[in-house]
Write a protein that binds this ligand. Structure first.
Ligand code: PLP
Length: 400
């Protein structure tokens, strides 16, 4: 990989660790290695690092108290803890509502509960990727134990109105637990749980410039939750295991930086994303935007290149030093078309040739200009070897 160009546009898969985050972590990987639960003076700095991080996360999420913050190992653990921990305390109600486009760390938990006899409603989205909120609210009934809705979709970036959804659910049935997977929202939109009726919410450090291996679960005071990992008293008994002090310090700092950079994300990262998107759509006749233009996080675009194969595009992009993705991080590498794009009814002609580009505050104007220049060359080459020459010709004439 030495000297090869690297244009990283796969920030919804994972992000670069911010150097300021690394600086905060390093002492706890080197000299400050004490177990934060120990009683001697040497452990005070470790314990304080966790206290500071908990406050930083509280501030970032707009939580009422730092006691509402539980550190986990990742977004998947946060989701599993929330869902399994809430359902363990509510054995009589057997109805769950979620969306058809959740991440597998939520979706596959519900597949498990279906096998245990639960009824799960998967609410669909329209062709722009927007959730059918009315249908979701209609499904809420006396037997509903839990509703979970992601804040922003990992493949399309489409944002769901989670605050309004939580408000309406609680009006219909105040006992329903509302879980929000905010893994792709953190750092890209303002999160303020205080002003919502969301009971639990999960984020993951590696999606906003902290390292992989640390996450957060927000649990509103009064929410009854059984721990997923049982053992010691850590995290107020909600998540056993010696705390990962350096990573917890890292996610705390990443939260502080995310708050500081939110305006930049909403203006500059969005401007670059819009420029990239417009450049591709203008210069490639068989490119098609897969989502709505509005209602998206500022860093993501998902574009279908009609009549060509996504994996081939990715290989050519990789050759040119461009990292992007053909689906979620978990499904890329498989030839199965994305469940999200299928749920949106993306036409067969672009389903297999859809590429997600996701930017970050480290993306530069030069990165975007290079991709705008390179993509038409790659697609032109691939169009020539597509088995759908007649269809491409028809499309070319249509766009003239
Ligand atoms: N939820 C969403 C929307 C995601 O995009 C991801 C990761 O891609 C996760 C959850 C899982 O997060 P983690 O990789 O930290 O387990």
């Amino acid at each position: 990989m030495e000297n090869k160009k690297l244009i990283y546009l796969d920030n919804n898969a994972t992000t670069k660790v911010d150097e300021k985050v690394l600086d905060v972590m390093l002492p706890y990987l080197q000299s400050e290695y004490a177990n934060p639960s120990s009683m001697y003076d040497f452990a005070v700095n470790s314990a304080n690092a966790i206290k500071t991080a908990r406050k930083q996360v509280q501030e970032f999420l707009g939580a009422d108290s730092d006691k509402e913050i539980i550190f986990t190992s990742c977004g998947s653990e946060s989701a599993n803890t929330a869902i399994k921990g809430a359902l363990a305390n509510n054995k009589t109600k057997k109805h769950i509502i979620t969306t058809a486009v959740e991440h597998p760390c939520v979706m596959n938990v519900y597949k498990y509960y279906e096998k245990q006899g639960y009824k799960v409603d998967y609410i669909g989205v329209n062709s722009n990727g927007e959730l059918n909120v009315e249908e979701l609210l209609e499904k809420v009934n006396k037997d509903t134990a839990l509703v979970s809705v992601m804040w922003a979709n990992n493949e399309t970036g489409v944002v769901f109105p989670v605050k309004e959804i939580a408000d309406e659910i609680k009006k219909k049935n105040p006992s329903v637990i509302v879980y929000v997977d905010a893994v792709q929202a953190a750092g890209k939109v303002k999160i303020d749980v205080k002003n919502t009726k969301i009971d639990m919410l999960g984020v993951s450090g590696h999606k906003f410039h902290a390292p992989k291996g640390v996450g957060v679960l927000y649990v509103r005071t009064g929410t009854v939750l059984s721990p997923l990992i049982i053992g010691g008293h850590q995290e107020r008994g909600k998540r056993a295991g010696t705390e990962n002090v350096p990573y917890i310090a890292g996610i705390g700092k990443a939260c502080e930086l995310a708050n500081e950079n939110l305006d930049y994300e909403l203006s500059e990262v969005k401007r670059l994303r819009d420029k990239l998107e417009a450049g591709i759509l203008k210069n490639v006749f068989n490119a098609r935007l897969n989502t709505s233009v509005s209602n998206r996080v500022p860093n993501t675009t998902n574009i279908g290149f009609q009549y060509i194969e996504g994996e081939l595009i990715l290989l050519h992009l990789a050759d040119a030093g461009i990292c992007a993705s053909s689906g979620s991080a978990c499904t890329s590498g498989s030839l199965e078309p994305s469940h999200v794009l299928r749920a949106m009814g993306v036409p067969f002609t672009s389903l297999h040739g859809s590429i997600r580009f996701s930017l970050s505050r480290f993306t530069t104007e030069d990165d975007v200009d290079y991709v705008i220049k390179t993509i038409p060359e790659i697609i032109d080459k691939l169009n020539k070897i597509s088995p759908y020459q007649d269809e491409l010709e028809a499309l070319r004439n249509l766009k003239k």
